[in-house]
Design a protein around this ligand. Structure first.
Ligand code: TNX
Length: 536
C-alpha cells in the first residue's frame, strides 16, 4: 500500500508559505516550504532512528548534546511519537542522494533511503537550529527551535570534493579531522588526499620503510624539516572519522612524475635526472608500485585509487638519454617518451584493476587509452577545454576541477599578494558561478560528469592558519556548486548563507577570509620562496 510522506505529529498543522529562515541551510536545498510555528527541543526530546539509519541519529545527538546540554537520549523504533527527532526509512525509494525533512511543532522527521541520505538530512536539521548548535562547548541562553517546514532535497552531483596537498606542507591529523567536519556540514563527500609529491612522502608503507624515514623529511619551505607523515594507524583513525561523516577518501600516490620524495628514498626506481619520475622502463618499478598500491588499497576502503599522472614532461627529458629506457622503448615498440608515459599508465591501470579499485588520474591520463569503465579523470587544465571534450567523448567519467576557478592556491581578493593569479584570480563569486558556464561541454553526457572538486595545493600554505584562510569561505561556494541545481542557486541568497557559515567557523575556531569586510582579516604570511608560476 502506498503510504504518504506526511509528518506523523499530531497538532502540527502548519500553513506552508515561503520564509527566510531556510537561508541558514548551505548548500541551498532543492525545495523548501515554510510553515508557521516551530519545534522547540527540551529535556524530554528524544532521537529515534530506523536500524539502518542509526549513524545519523548518533551523530546528531552527539553534536547537540555537547552544545545544548540536553540529554537527547537515543531510543529505538521510529513509530509515531511526540517530541522526537526521527530518522525513518523512506516508504518510497527516493532518488540517489535525496532526503526529505518535515518539521512540525511536535518534532522532526528525516526520511531517507539509506545512511548517506539520512546524514545529509541530519546536516540540514542541524543548520536549521541556531548556529550555536554547532558549538563544541555548551551554549547558554539559546532556545533550541527549528521552524516548521518541509524540505525535499537531492544533490545535483554525486561527487562534491576537496583535494588537500599534504606533501608540500604537512598539517596533521587534527587539522584533517576539522576539515572533514566542515565538509560534512557542507554535504561534501569526497576527500582527495594528495599524499606524495616532490618535497615529501606522507604515508607509511610497511614494505618500504625508507619512504617515510627518508622521503618524509622536508617540505616545500624547508628541505630539512623533520619527517612528517601519517602512520597506518593514523590513516585508519582518519578513515573511520571520514566514514562516520559519509566522506569517501581518495588517496593519491602521484606517478610517474612528482615522485622525487620516493626516488630520494629508493634511487633504484628513479627515472633519472633529478628523480622527478619513476623509471617507467623497469620491472623493479612496477613491482615497487604494486607493493605500495597494495598497501594503500588496504588502508582505504573507498573504491578509488588516484595515481596522479600529471606534468610528467617536467621530468621525462632524462628518459631520452637513458640507454636502458631507450632500449625498453624499442623492445616495446614505443615511438617516443609520450608513448612510454601512456604505457606506464596502462601498466598501473592493470595493477589497480587487480586490486579491485577504480583508477583516477589527472587529465593527462586521458591520452593513455585505458579502460574507460575502470577509470575516471580529473579535468584540471582550464586552458585546455579540448581535453575535457576528449575525455567525455572517449567515455570517461570526469570530475571538474579546472584550475580557474577550482584551485584554491590562487588568491581570492585583489589585495592578496601570496598565491597565484593568472589573468585573474579565484574569488568567491567566480567560484560560485561554476560550473554552469561549462555546461556546453557535456550537453548529452551529463551522466559522465561525476561532480566538482576544489583543490588546495600548498606550496604557499605552510600552516593551518593560512590553510583555513585559503579554504574558507570559498569551500562553501564549491559545496553549493556541487549540491544545488542552477535553478535554486542565487548569489545574494548564497551570500546570506555564507554569513551564517562564517559564524559557524567562528564557533569552531576556524580562520577564514572575511569576504564582507576584507580589512578585518589581513592576509596571513606564507612561504616567500619564489614561485615561478605565480603569475602564470
Ligand atoms: C599543478 S594540478 C599541479 C600541482 C601544483 C599546482 C599548483 C596538477 C595536477 N599538478 O603539482 O601544485 O599546479 O597550482
Amino acid at each position: 500500500m502506498k503510504r504518504r510522506l506526511t509528518l506523523v505529529l499530531a497538532g502540527a498543522a502548519c500553513a506552508w508559505s515561503v520564509h527566510a529562515s531556510e537561508l541558514t541551510v548551505l548548500p541551498a536545498p532543492q525545495k523548501v516550504e515554510m510553515g508557521t510555528g516551530q519545534f522547540t527541543f527540551n529535556k524530554q526530546t528524544v532521537v529515534a532512528a530506523d536500524s539502518s539509519l542509526t549513524g545519523a541519529g548518533d551523530y546528531l545527538a552527539g553534536v547537540l548534546r555537547r552544545s545544548t546540554g540536553l540529554p537527547l537520549p537515543r531510543v529505538g523504533g521510529t513509530n509515531l511519537r511526540r517530541n522526537a527527532i526521527v530518522f525513518r526509512k523512506a516508504p518510497v525509494k527516493l532518488p540517489p542522494g535525496a532526503y526529505r525533512l518535515e518539521v512540525g511543532t511536535q518534532g522532526a522527521v528525516v526520511f531517507a533511503s539509506s545512511a548517506d541520505e539520512a546524514f545529509s538530512g541530519c546536516q540540514t536539521l542541524l543548520q536549521l537550529l541556531p548556529v550555536e548548535a554547532m558549538s563544541t562547548n555548551k551554549a547558554a541562553g539559546v532556545t533550541w527551535s527549528v521552524p516548521c517546514m518541509k524540505i525535499e532535497d537531492a544533490p545535483r552531483f554525486a561527487w562534491r570534493g576537496l583535494m588537500l596537498d599534504e606533501s608540500r606542507h604537512f598539517f596533521g591529523k587534527e587539522k584533517v579531522k576539522q576539515i572533514l567536519d566542515v565538509m560534512a556540514y557542507l554535504k561534501m563527500n569526497r576527500f582527495h588526499w594528495h599524499l606524495t609529491d616532490e618535497p615529501g612522502w606522507r604515508i607509511q608503507i610497511n614494505k618500504y620503510p625508507k619512504l617515510t624515514e627518508v622521503g618524509a623529511v622536508g617540505n616545500w619551505s624547508n628541505a630539512k624539516a623533520p619527517a612528517a607523515f601519517y602512520t597506518q594507524t593514523d590513516i585508519a583513525e582518519i578513515v573511520r572519522y571520514a566514514q562516520q561523516r559519509h566522506i569517501i577518501i581518495v588517496p593519491e600516490i602521484d606517478m610517474p612524475g612528482h615522485a622525487t620524495a620516493a626516488t630520494r628514498a629508493y634511487p633504484g626506481v628513479s627515472g633519472g635526472g633529478n628523480g622527478f619520475t619513476f623509471n617507467p622502463a623497469s620491472e623493479q618499478t612496477y613491482r615497487f608500485l604494486e607493493d605500495v598500491l597494495t598497501e594503500v588499497a588496504g588502508m582505504f576502503p573507498g573504491p578509488f585509487l588516484h595515481i596522479g599522472g600529471d606534468e610528467v614532461s617536467f621530468g621525462s627529458k632524462s628518459w631520452k638519454t637513458d640507454p636502458q629506457i631507450q632500449q625498453f622503448m624499442r623492445d616495446n615498440n614505443l615511438k617516443n617518451e609520450a608513448e612510454l608515459e601512456r604505457y606506464f599508465v596502462r601498466r598501473v591501470q592493470g595493477i589497480i584493476a587487480k586490486l579491485g579499485k577504480t583508477m583516477m588520474g589527472w587529465d593527462e591520463i586521458t591520452a593513455a587509452g585505458v579502460d574507460t569503465n575502470r577509470t575516471a579523470v580529473m579535468w584540471w587544465r582550464h586552458d585546455k577545454p579540448g581535453v575535457l571534450d576528449d575525455a567525455l567523448a572517449k567515455g570517461y567519467r570526469v570530475v571538474l576541477c579546472p584550475r580557474q576557478p577550482c584551485y584554491f592556491d590562487f588568491v581570492q581578493h585583489d589585495s592578496h599578494r601570496i598565491g597565484r593569479r593568472w589573468n585573474g584570480f579565484n574569488d568567491l563569486e567566480r567560484v560560485y558561478d561554476f560550473p554552469d558556464p561549462l555546461q556546453a561541454h557535456w550537453k548529452d553526457r551529463q551522466a559522465q560528469v561525476l561532480g566538482v572538486e576544489a583543490c588546495l595545493w600548498t606550496e604557499r600554505v605552510a600552516d593551518a592558519h593560512r590553510l583555513d584562510f585559503m579554504l574558507f569561505p570559498r569551500l562553501a561556494a564549491i559545496a553549493e556548486d556541487g549540491w544545488s541545481n542552477a535553478t535554486v542557486k542565487n548569489k545574494d541568497k548564497f551570500l546570506e548563507r555564507v554569513r551564517v557559515f562564517l559564524r559557524y567557523l567562528d564557533l569552531r575556531g576556524v580562520t577564514y577570509f572575511n569576504h564582507f569586510e576584507p580589512a578585518k582579516t589581513p592576509e596571513p604570511t606564507g612561504p616567500n620562496k619564489a614561485d615561478p608560476l605565480a603569475n602564470g
